[in-house]
Design a protein around this ligand. Structure first.
Ligand SMILES: NC(=O)c1ccc[n+]([C@@H]2O[C@H](COP(=O)([O-])OP(=O)(O)OC[C@H]3O[C@@H](n4cnc5c(N)ncnc54)[C@H](O)[C@@H]3O)[C@@H](O)[C@H]2O)c1
Length: 354
């Protein structure tokens, strides 16, 4: 099988190397010649193109991975579909639902496999959280909090962050499109369809960027769980966590520390007459119920490249089965875009907050 990688930057390079690990032939396309030739030498690519339209016509590839900056996903995907290729599309699908619907029409007509690269669904840690939640260890779930943050200049620290697509409005950057898109997909996966979103895109920090550097949202889901999301480009100490609050307590995962925790009221709550033997209990009132606030903590195995490898393997298995309907199809990308473009999200990012 011949796989064309369009965009050989950070993620395209990873996909190209993983494709070789899976024994696929690789063809590369990038406007940056040096990047193209370096990756071709590293992966033994059997073809190189600087222009995606020419690659579509001449490469003879069976499928393409679209890994160009976020504002430039639809045009190359359309060319590849016209050339009869299947598509694995990097997230976010694009920047507007209207553009996404156009592409959906092409996908349906072309009868080709289309898979969103929603990588979190292939990460061990998120799969483990889903498995745990599906067992309902804290009873009925009421609410969840997903929090993420990393400092944009530390991302590719050898490069000027101001030139990253993530830093630029015209390239589809900003926290909402770059990072929150993962969270919205995870919310739908863990808690059911997204029914409503309210929130704000903000610019709080001192980075020299023209996009939102922080986003906060509250999401109403079809399961009735209310989810609060926060993510930014400003956190000097990187963080990514989820906490789910339910009938019997909470379940929490700290992905950067590789831990998950559970706190269950059925083992952590003491009535006043039984508290004397236990030290360090928290009391709501002097003579009231006491709580051991410490959760039970367990290690969480977190993914690295294995998640991207599983994602690509999954794409190849869809191609082999010619699976046109999948839960990671174009609708998964459109659901995320609808959440991102929700009328309930106000845009305070045009001006700094201070
Ligand atoms: N699924 C994930 O976990 C994940 C992780 C990182 C990035 N992404 C997504 O992947 C996309 C790319 O991100 P990145 O970090 O690799 O960006 P990047 O800037 O490192 O790479 C983009 C590449 O596309 C090339 N390019 C630009 N215009 C082109 C054109 N017309 N034809 C061919 N190549 C062109 C650039 O030269 C560059 O090499 C973004 O949409 C991003 O959101 C997804």
């Amino acid at each position: 099988m011949k796989l064309l990688i369009v965009g050989c930057g950070s993620i395209g390079r990873r996909h190209a190397k993983n494709a070789r690990k899976l024994g696929l032939d690789v063809v590369l396309c990038d406007v940056n010649e040096e990047r193209l030739l370096d990756l071709a030498a590293e992966t033994g690519a059997i073809g190189c193109y600087a222009d995606y339209k020419i690659a579509a016509k001449q490469s003879g590839a069976d499928a393409a991975v679209i890994a160009t900056p976020s504002h430039l996903h639809v045009a190359p995907a359309s060319s590849m579909l016209e050339a009869g290729m299947h598509i694995m599309m990097e997230k976010p699908l694009c920047s507007s639902v209207a553009e996404a619907n156009e592409l959906k029409r092409m996908v349906v007509d072309a009868k080709r496999v289309f898979m969103m690269a929603h990588t979190f669904r292939f990460r061990n840690e998120w799969r483990e959280v889903k498995r745990l939640l599906d067992e309902r260890p804290i009873g009925r779930m009421f609410s969840a909090e997903l929090i993420g943050g990393w400092y944009l200049p530390d991302w590719h620290y050898r490069e000027d962050y101001r030139r990253e697509y993530a830093a630029q409005w015209k390239q589809g950057g900003g926290v909402m499109l770059t990072s929150m898109s993962h969270f919205f997909d995870v919310v739908a996966w863990l808690f059911g369809d997204i029914k409503e979103v309210v929130g704000a895109k903000m610019r709080l920090g001192l980075l020299e960027i023209d996009v939102d550097d922080a986003v906060t949202c509250v999401v109403k889901t079809s399961s009735g769980v209310a989810v609060t999301l926060y993510e930014d480009f400003l956190a000097r100490c990187p963080r990514r966590s989820i906490r789910v609050n339910g009938e019997h307590g909470y379940l929490e995962a700290d992905f950067n520390r590789g831990l998950w925790k559970i706190w269950d009221v059925r083992t952590k709550r003491c009535l006043p007459e039984h508290t004397s033997a236990q030290a360090n209990l928290f009391k709501v009132l002097e003579d009231g119920v006491a709580y051991n606030l410490e959760p039970d903590v367990f290690p969480l195995q977190c993914s690295g490249n294995d998640a991207y490898l599983s994602e690509l393997k999954h794409f190849v298995s869809l191609l082999n089965g010619n699976a046109l309907e999948t839960d990671l199809g174009i609708d998964a990308g459109i659901e995320v875009l609808k959440a991102i473009g929700s009328d309930g999200i106000v845009d305070w990012a045009n001006t700094r907050m201070n």
